[in-house]
Design a protein around this ligand. Sequence first.
Ligand code: HEM
Length: 508
Amino acid sequence: MVLIQLSSLVSEVSHGQAFLGLCSLLISLIVLLLIRQLVKQRRPRGFPPGPSPIPVIGNIMSLATEPHVFMKKQSEIHGQIFSLDLGGYSAVVLNGYDAIRECLYHQGDVFSDRPSLPLFMKMTKMGGLLNAKFGNGWIEHRQLASNSFRYFGSFQKPLDQKILEECMFFVDAIDEHKGKPFNPKHLVTNAVSNITNLIMFGERFTYDNCDFQHMIEIFSENVELAVSGWAFLYNAFPWIEYLPFGKHQKLFRNAAKVYNFLEQIIKRFSEGRVCNFPRHYIDDYLNKLDKSAGDLGTPYSRENLIYSVGELIIAGTETTTNTLRWAMLYMALYPNIQEKVHKELDSVLGSGQSPSLADKKRMPYVEAVLHEVLRFCNIVPLGIFRATTQDTLVSGYNIPKGTMVITNLYSVHFDEKYWCDPGTFSPHRFLDSNGNFVRREAFLPFSLGKRHCLGEHLARMEMFLFFTTMLQRFHLQFPPGTVPSLTPKLGMTLQPLPYSICAVRRQQ
Ligand code: HEM
């Protein structure tokens, strides 16, 4: 009896000791991880200053709402170039026109990489085009896409003619609402994405193609999720991949669906391909892939084809669509500005003549309105994250190779040194005293330097032709008694919250 009691006491003591041992091991492990994290959070020597980070998560929480506005405010405290701690990895933020020009233009080669963040690595393995590391793969993909814009745009007809054909489908679809309220988001998205579709696949999709629409919808949801708190957390602590919850899981699921859809569609549109007679981007890419077979260093691959097609579709659709949606909203909000646009359209085009690119020079007011929409609405407020290709020195600060760089384009468009009263929507800032259009230096919606937007020329054509065709036919107004919110929906791009508008046919 005594023996039994003694042995159970011994076993209790040894269980207790084992438990205590386990606890102290766990605590030591946590302390070690914490020390490692805190060491990681130390700013490199000579690095730009910045707001104080919270242990472990750094400044991530400050980016939850309007990060571009937060960063501009921080630049007023720490200077145009400052740093942020994103949970153990440091990022440099460039604010204002002078700092962005100094880095992206004067040190073009140095600031042209993309950061190897866990999220981008998982999504595109740093291949494709938009996310590709600075080097041969990126050069080849950028060249191929840029040739496609030129060549497939004018394969049968000049690209502006094709855009005008799409504009007609677009205004006819608006007309079907007969001046009643509707949300223009889907219509604008479908019309705009068709221009990239023509270049990628040689075909437009009808506005009732649900599969394509669904793909664009979840893809643009990812554009939003890519800068959510969860995405920053995933970059700082990639092991959260194994948590069963969190918005990053939605991002991964969406990406898998999009890639699967693109794979199918690429297969369909490459049927009947004849070598050396490419009909569109897909054919051209596959020809390059065939020619480089056996070359171990080739950047062309089936995977990179899917990534680059996806990137071109979403980069071309999300941005131009949001610009046009903001433009419609501001025309209804400011009827006096809309009236001036109508007057210019009527005087240049007369009655019944469709707009063409040749008319652009004779429409300075329309140009000024579209420029002011791009400045004021900041479609891509933080650009696309960059990284340095080598150690460098800027304004006396040391920035090591591989540092993530955030370009606050919003701060350029609201830079008081270059813009008078930047918080007011005023197309007149792009006109001289004679009403001629004037270019402004601190206007960078398409960014600057070697990685500046590849689709700028295409986007400018699309915006001008869609906007003028729509306003030539319609007067835009909000449903009686309603004024939509002007607060943007946050993501990599800023878009208006869903709103309803009436497009009433004009009497010309
Ligand atoms: C209003 C419309 C648009 C805006 C405001 C816009 C803005 C931008 C910005 C700010 C960047 C980041 C550049 C950087 O890294 O600093 C970018 C990159 C890019 N854009 Fe656009 N964009 C527009 C339309 C388009 C269109 C129509 C296409 C193509 C169909 C396109 C394709 C790209 C690509 C491929 C890149 C990545 C370039 C590279 O990494 O080399 N964009 N765009």
